[in-house]
Design a protein around this ligand. Structure first.
Ligand code: BES
Ligand code: ZN
Length: 876
């Protein structure tokens, strides 16, 4: 059926062109690596012995190193050391050390490279680095840990640091006897060495990529389970209650068993360790057999954390475990295939969550979560294709974004629905079996899925992964048919003809009273399709397709009615609202249209749909944040009017018998109505705050803690500021502390804004948490302006503290710029960065600017329309 799909226009791109990679004259087959961290000097000594196969006659070996001090280099041909002393040349730009010598290592022979070196246990959360926590006596304690992905293994030791250059590794760690030493494998031997220390040697790893290596040295507590075939353990520093790792521990054991069955592939390592690291740049990292986590993403105290925190922990654990097969056992060939790793792990964590917690209905939430993040970023001109050529190390970090994760998982969800979930899993099994311990390209996954399904998957999917953007499908109606037309969708709605050439195979999934017709595909620019009964129809049933649908205003109204009549699924209702909101924001429809649509949803019973409703009102209010106060107040009244009945109906007391979704539902409506000024909720929140202040720690339920704080700060400014700040300073868990720091910025008075802005760069806030105090400030215009001034004033320090190699500088830039809404503000941002290096965050910056531009146009276009609607509906 797919024979008429056009060739993907992007398919002729040569991804390898201009790629900075190592020469292929030698191939590492085994590393013997010894490391000895020193917690006084924050240096570590290292020795690496690399066994090499010589591929071509050669007189040099090039490998990656970064900020390493190399003391000695020896080259052996066979077992004989070469006589001339090798010359060392470092290329800073490509982060490579070239070892040159006079003798020729002949093709087909074996060789060995030995180097001794010193590295720094840095505090930048990259390579082999130090992380700190408070000891029981109040002193600062350290552990040494690693973060290699994507290109920082070279910062830890000299290596051939590319995902396709798989090798085996034998790791030895030298440390004080009292410290725990961990690596990817289990311990092979332990012996005493000089200075009363121990040398712990781990068993040889299977063939693996450098970015998945991990070593940890520190004082750690542990819990263990034997519920799985091999031991599973959770580790944390002594300042934590290790019992908070119980939930993740048990979930991990269950998940490993589930994946082994689903993938029909045994977990190949002898153990699975998961460690909570106090300083961690990402959320978690899938190192083979030794997964590292940010504390909040592994440890959970159900007594003080809400339902959404629990779901996040479950998601992260299941995501990293999925990588143990998808990513670790079978690895992308190069970083432009990153989406294979991240898109799949994302999809798989939803699949697995759905299997373990069906009552969470996570696939419903998928539509408001991953699908919207994907469509949102991908509606910007500065987005990129799922498969994007990356050449240099500093480009790689920037593609760990909503395109690789969310859009990647969306296209997998799309194809899994198209060929059927069972067939999809069968394809995945074949893929894992065929490529175990190897490297793949996207085509290899499509081939396995084609093999399993008998359909030409590559032909359908190539277009989706090789091109930027997605279509908006415009539907008009004739007597007994619908007319559909596809065009590229841009949030700035200024699509140029040359940007609108890709024709996607759009799976129309037409829902009518007779059910869903899965066979209709729009492959051309436009087409007509017969529909028996035009009284009710909707495209993109359950929003499995990666596109938006634009209906006529009359049809949209009818769909609103259909929603009330129970003709649409939860996914349909949420997705339809999201589409309407996005289309209004970009000028394809009028904003008054979405406001009217939302008004019809007052009686909506489902959490996920309300989540989307609230987020769409939030987008309007966000774009209008610099407009006059009367209009802003009117929008706020509209929000309150829309949600208050439901909020009061659900209430804000929590019982143990409340379902997972019910808890989140109550908590969301409580916060949203309260912040929109609901008097009853405000009074309840103040009451809780007073009790809390008086020492009753149970006065505020974890599910609404963040909202109660936010209400306190928004409506009483300084009254509870110190109370909440004190929570940050003293609360028992990271989740409680983060909740406090995240809301502080809600306080709007100039003095408090100033105070909040002292935190991000202070010693009180770890670099990993720099975004926490910034968040609250984005919720009001005073804060938005202050954030940007703060960035300008502190730029040099920010750059120093957040090296461009990490994703964090990009996040800070995006947090501090993307809330603006006018062209003048855009120019200010552009002007500032014109004189700066934007290396490592040029993508986030461009995306922020695009987003601002879209909002500026939106307000300009629909300012009057919104005012008229608000007046007609008595909000103004
Ligand atoms: N492989 C990533 C971690 C990573 C991210 C390394 C960015 C280098 C740069 C890991 O599997 C991951 O995706 N972690 C996510 C959590 C996940 C549940 C989405 C994260 O860190 O947020
Ligand atoms: Zn991942």
């Amino acid at each position: 059926m797919c024979k008429h799909f056009a060739e993907a226009p992007g398919s002729s791109v040569d991804f390898t062109k201009g790629r900075e990679v190592l020469p292929k004259n030698v191939k590492a087959v085994h590393y013997d690596l010894t490391l000895e961290p020193n917690f006084e000097t924050f240096k570590y000594g290292g020795k690496v012995i690399i066994d090499l196969d010589v591929i071509d006659d050669t007189t040099s070996i090039s490998l990656n190193t970064l900020e390493l001090d190399i003391h000695s280099t020896k080259v052996f041909s066979g077992s004989t050391e070469i006589t001339s002393s090798p010359e060392i040349h470092y290329n800073e730009d490509t982060q490579t050390t070239k070892v040159s010598f006079n003798e020729v290592l002949p093709a087909g022979s074996e060789a060995r490279l030995e180097q001794t070196f010193t590295g720094t246990l840095n505090d930048n959360m990259a390579g082999f680095y130090r992380s700190s926590y408070k000891g029981s006596d109040g002193s600062t304690k350290y552990l040494a840990t690693t973060q290699m992905e994507p290109t920082d293994a070279r910062r830890a030791f000299p290596c051939f640091d590319e995902p396709a250059l798989k090798s085996e590794f034998t790791i030895t760690l030298v440390a004080d006897k009292a410290l725990t030493c961990l690596s990817n494998m289990d311990v092979a031997s332990e012996k005493e060495v000089s200075g009363g220390k121990k040398a712990v040697t781990f068993n040889k790893t299977p063939l693996m990529s450098t970015y998945l290596l991990a070593f940890i040295v520190g004082e750690l507590k542990v819990i263990e389970t034997n519920a799985f075939r091999v031991p599973v353990r959770v580790f944390a520093t002594p300042d934590r209650d290790i019992e908070h790792g119980r939930f993740s521990l048990e979930l991990a054991a269950k998940t490993l068993e589930f994946y082994e069955k689903k993938f029909n592939s045994e977990f190949p390592l002898p153990k699975m360790d998961m460690v909570a690291i106090p300083d961690f740049s990402a959320g978690a990292m899938e190192n083979w057999g030794l997964i590292t986590y940010r504390v909040v993403d592994l440890l959970l105290d159900e007594k003080v954390s809400g339902a959404s925190t629990k779901q996040r922990v479950a998601e992260v654990v299941q995501h990293e475990l999925a990588h143990q097969w998808f990513g670790n056992l079978v690895t992308m060939d190069f970083w432009d295939g990153l989406w294979l790793n991240e898109g799949f792990a994302t999809w798989m964590s939803w699949y697995s969550c759905n299997a373990f917690y069906p009552e969470w209905k996570v696939w419903q939430g998928y539509v408001t979560d991953n699908l919207q993040s994907a469509l949102s970023l991908d509606s910007l001109r500065s987005s990129h294709p799922i498969e994007v050529p990356v050449k240099r190390a500093d480009e790689i970090n920037q593609i760990f974004d909503a395109i690789s994760y969310s859009k990647g998982s969306c296209v997998l969800r799309m194809i899994s629905k198209y060929i059927g979930e069972e067939t999809f899993m069968e394809g995945v099994r074949r893929y894992l079996k065929k490529h175990a311990y190897g490297n793949t390209q996207t085509e290899d996954l499509w081939a396995a899925l084609s093999d399993a399904s008998g359909k030409d998957v590559e032909k359908v999917m190539d277009i989706w992964t090789k091109n930027v953007g997605f279509p908006v499908v415009t539907v008009t109606e004739n007597k007994d048919s619908i007319h559909v037309k596809q065009n590229r969708f841009l949030r700035t709605s200024d699509v140029k003809p040359e940007e609108d050439k890709t024709l996607y195979p759009v799976l129309l999934a037409l829902r009518t009273k007779d059910g869903i017709n899965e066979d209709l595909t729009l492959t051309e620019r436009e087409a007509n399709f017969k529909v028996k009964d035009l009284d009710f129809f909707k495209l993109n049933a359950d929003h499995s397709g990666v596109y938006r649908t634009s209906y006529t205003p009359e049809r949209l109204q009818k769909l609103g009615q259909a929603a009330k009549n129970g003709l649409l699924s939860v996914e349909d209702r949420a997705g339809m609202i999201a589409d309407a909101g996005a289309l209004a924001a970009s000028g394809y429809q009028k904003t008054s249209g979405i406001l009217s649509l939302l008004q019809g949803f007052k009686s909506e019973p489902e959490f996920v749909v309300w989540d989307e409703i609230i987020s769409r009102i939030g987008s309007v209010r966000g774009a209008w944040v610099f407009e006059d106060e009367t209009t802003k107040d009117a929008l706020k009244s509209f929000q309150l009017d829309l949600i208050k009945d439901k909020a009061h109906e659900l209430g804000w007391s929590f019982k143990d018998t409340d379902g997972h979704l019910e808890q989140q539902f109550k908590s969301m409506l409580f916060g949203s109505a309260g912040l929109a000024g609901d008097e009853k909720i405000k009074a309840a929140a103040f009451d809780m705050l007073e009790k809390f202040k008086a020492g009753d720690r149970t006065a505020i339920h974890p599910n609404i803690r963040s909202s109660v704080y936010a209400i306190g700060l928004s409506f009483a400014d300084q009254k509870y500021y110190d109370l909440i700040l004190n929570e940050y300073r003293t609360a028992g868990t990271s989740d409680e502390r983060n909740t406090a720091m995240r809301v502080l910025g809600r306080a709007k008075s100039p003095e408090l804004i100033k105070r909040t802005l002292t935190f991000p760069l202070s010693d009180e806030v770890k670099s990993q948490d720099i975004y926490l105090p910034l968040g609250g400030l984005r919720t009001h215009k005073e804060g938005i302006v202050a954030l940007w001034s703060w960035v300008k004033e502190n730029w040099d320090e920010l750059e120093k503290k957040l090296p461009p190699g990490l994703t964090m500088l990009g996040s800070v830039v995006s947090i501090c710029t993307s809330s603006f809404t006018s062209k003048e503000q855009m120019q200010d941002i552009e002007g500032f960065f014109a004189k700066k290096s934007t290396k490592g965050f040029d993508q986030s910056l461009a995306q922020s600017l695009d987003a601002v531009k879209a909002k500026a146009q939106w307000v300009e276009r629909d300012g009057k329309d919104v005012k008229t609607w608000l007046a007609e509906n008595k909000y103004l």
